[in-house]
Design a protein around this ligand. Structure first.
Ligand code: C2E
Ligand code: CA
Ligand code: CA
Ligand code: CA
Length: 280
């Protein structure tokens, strides 16, 4: 039994080791990747329920690595957060997404895309210059502040005192703020009192439950009620089936995002949808 325990321990440290080495390697490569133009954005439609019409998009970063192929943001964003590269990557994502949205606005007008959602990490929110950087990007790209929605997580807001101030400053610009992965943190409801936001994005975890028992769907149901009472927009994330979409609509959800409607798509595909709608 002792031998077995030892080998298990050895395997465990080995796995951790590979992981640390891997992180260091990815971290170093990220610097090069940004400069080499290996990062790009996909846009996942946010749609209206029940008809599935395009309402907005969320920008999601991708890394096309020359040897590894596609590296998922779930892999490299945490690495970038730890080595600080997220500040530069985040600034690039913000500028690129705003530039793209301003371009769609110029070519297709206001409808049907109401917002470009951009993910902002905790580390970015702690930068004292963040709100000013957002203002600069809007000015540079000519995008109206109402056309931008920044997605932050509740842990980011709890991370430091400055984050809350930054959220307020960004909203004063007229930019929308959404709480991402809502319900998965430690004090989601308490945060709604102290942190002024415009929208909630309900995590897939709760969306998965909506077609289950009353207990399983209870959280998604109460979040819809809370959003209505507080006059917040609410978006259901990770919708994968038509049964989920129908049930969410019954629960009061009017906006959704998920593979059932559309995967994250290259800009040209969104272009095609906008052109078709505009009758071009
Ligand atoms: P997130 O912000 O919660 O984004 C939603 C994730 O769920 C995306 O994964 C999206 O592709 C995926 N998804 C959407 N619909 C479905 C569905 O129906 N089923 C399933 N199983 N998944 C669905 P992705 O693009 O791999 O991004 C993962 C996470 O990486 C994001 O989670 C976000 O936290 C982070 N991320 C992505 N892009 C950026 C970025 O530009 N900046 C920052 N700071 N973080 C980013
Ligand atoms: Ca998000
Ligand atoms: Ca999310
Ligand atoms: Ca997530």
């Amino acid at each position: 039994a002792k031998e077995q325990g030892k080998s298990r321990y050895a395997r465990y440290t080995e796995a951790m080791d590979t992981c640390a080495v891997e992180h260091a390697r990815l971290g170093a490569e990220l610097r090069r990747a940004l400069a080499a133009g290996e990062l790009f954005l996909l846009y996942q439609p946010v749609v209206a329920l029940p008809d599935g019409e395009l309402r907005g998009v969320e920008a999601l970063v991708r890394w096309r690595h020359p040897e590894r192929g596609m590296v998922s943001p779930a892999q490299f964003i945490p690495v970038a957060e730890r080595n600080g590269m997220i500040v530069e990557i985040g600034a690039w994502v913000l500028r690129e997404a705003c530039r793209q949205m301003a371009d769609w606005r110029r070519r297709y007008g206001a409808a049907p895309l109401s917002r470009m959602a951009v993910n902002v990490s905790a580390r970015q929110l702690r930068e004292p210059e963040f709100a000013q950087a957002v203002a600069d990007v809007l000015e540079e790209t000519g995008l109206a502040p109402e056309d931008l929605l920044l997605e932050i997580t509740e842990t980011a807001v709890f991370d430091g005192g400055l984050a809350l101030e930054t959220v307020r400053a960004v909203r004063e610009l007229g930019v929308g703020v959404a709480l991402d992965d809502f319900g998965t943190g430690h004090s989601s409801l308490g945060l709604l009192r102290t942190c002024p936001v415009d929208a909630l994005k309900v995590d897939k975890l709760f969306v998965d439950g909506v077609t289950g028992t009353a207990e399983q769907s209870a959280i998604a149901a109460s979040l819809a009620q809370i959003a209505r009472a507080l006059r917040l927009r609410i978006v259901a994330e990770g919708v994968e089936t038509s049964a989920q979409a129908r049930r969410l609509y019954q629960l009061g959800y009017r906006l959704a995002q998920g593979f059932h409607f559309a995967r994250p798509l290259p800009a040209e595909r969104i272009d095609g949808m906008l052109a078709a709608r505009a009758g071009h």
